[in-house]
Design a protein around this ligand. Structure first.
Ligand code: MN
Length: 290
């Protein structure tokens, strides 16, 4: 397998969102800091309740998917139709906003550590206005495997193989049939361990290091903690070599949509007119009905 080269590093920037939740944004922090079909990646992680307690009160989405992955702590999701989802340590909520969701995402604790990620994945033109859909995936439904080189992989979406054994995540090409066909791995590597993941030709891939350090890609370039690394499309694998402290990282890949994209806050559409329509629909209460 040929390792892909690193083509861009995106350092995450501290920011806040919702009613004042402190987080780090890598993808999505600038217009050019994206990788089709991935729009945004936020990491939240703090021991201080003041940094998360206000949560994300009611807000809309249209035109894409949000994937929330908790490492520590508890959040509750509620939407305009009365759907309630509880996210605990190790669980995932895969929300397809489609034509519209108005929801809140609120902490269910007033002390202790809150830590996790929210990823935004774009939807193709033909699916932006489909009905909203949720998959709440408890931690025990996310398969994991011990890596012979030292460490562990969890498979949230797509497939990997460890020691010749295929491991399929709960979101996969037969269970979900997502146009972007995403791969979403959470990997822990011991100090000095190596990891290699095949990537489908034509798919885009990136890594986000959330603990420790690693060198990545064909030229073994060093990536710092809390940095995203976007890979070139040449080559058929992503290669990671953990540093002296080991590393924990997310590895994501997906089929690019190659469509025009216009974002205005929580609305991601193909044209400016569609964004204006989304704003009008939200103001008139039509975002989530019809
Ligand atoms: Mn939201």
């Amino acid at each position: 397998m040929n390792c892909r080269k690193l083509k861009q590093e995106i350092n995450s920037l501290p920011t806040s969102d919702g009613a004042g939740v402190k987080l780090r944004r890598s993808l999505g922090s600038r217009q050019d800091a994206r990788l089709d079909p991935f729009l945004m990646l936020d990491e939240f992680g703090t021991e201080n309740p003041d940094d998360y307690i206000a949560g994300f009160p009611d807000h809309p989405h249209r035109g894409f998917e949000t994937v929330t992955y908790m490492l520590d702590g508890r959040m509750q999701h509620r939407d305009h139709l009365g759907h309630v989802g509880n996210l605990g340590p190790g669980s995932v909520q895969w929300m397809t906003a489609g034509r519209g969701v108005i929801h809140s995402e609120m902490p269910q604790q007033d002390r202790g550590r809150m830590r996790g990620f929210q990823l935004w994945i774009n939807l193709p033109r033909a699916e932006k206005m489909k009905p909203a859909h949720y998959r709440d995936i408890p931690a025990e439904q996310i398969p994991s495997a011990v890596l012979p080189a030292g460490g562990e992989v969890k498979v949230i979406a797509g497939t990997t193989s460890v020691g010749g054994k295929r491991i399929e995540g709960p979101i996969n090409s037969s269970s979900a049939r997502l146009t972007t066909d995403p791969l979403y791995l959470d990997v822990r590597l011991d100090a000095g361990a190596r990891f290699k993941q095949p990537i489908t030709a034509g798919y885009n891939a990136f890594i986000y290091i959330y603990e420790g350090e690693a060198s990545v890609g064909a030229d073994a370039e060093q990536l710092a903690t809390h940095a995203a690394g976007l890979f070139d499309s040449e080559g058929d694998a992503v290669c990671v070599h953990a540093g002296a402290q080991g590393a924990r990282f997310l590895l994501l890949a997906g089929k690019p949509l190659r469509e025009p994209m216009v974002q205005y806050g929580p609305f991601v559409m193909n044209t400016r007119e569609e964004i204006e329509q989304a704003i009008r629909d939200y103001q008139s209460g039509m975002l989530v009905s019809g």
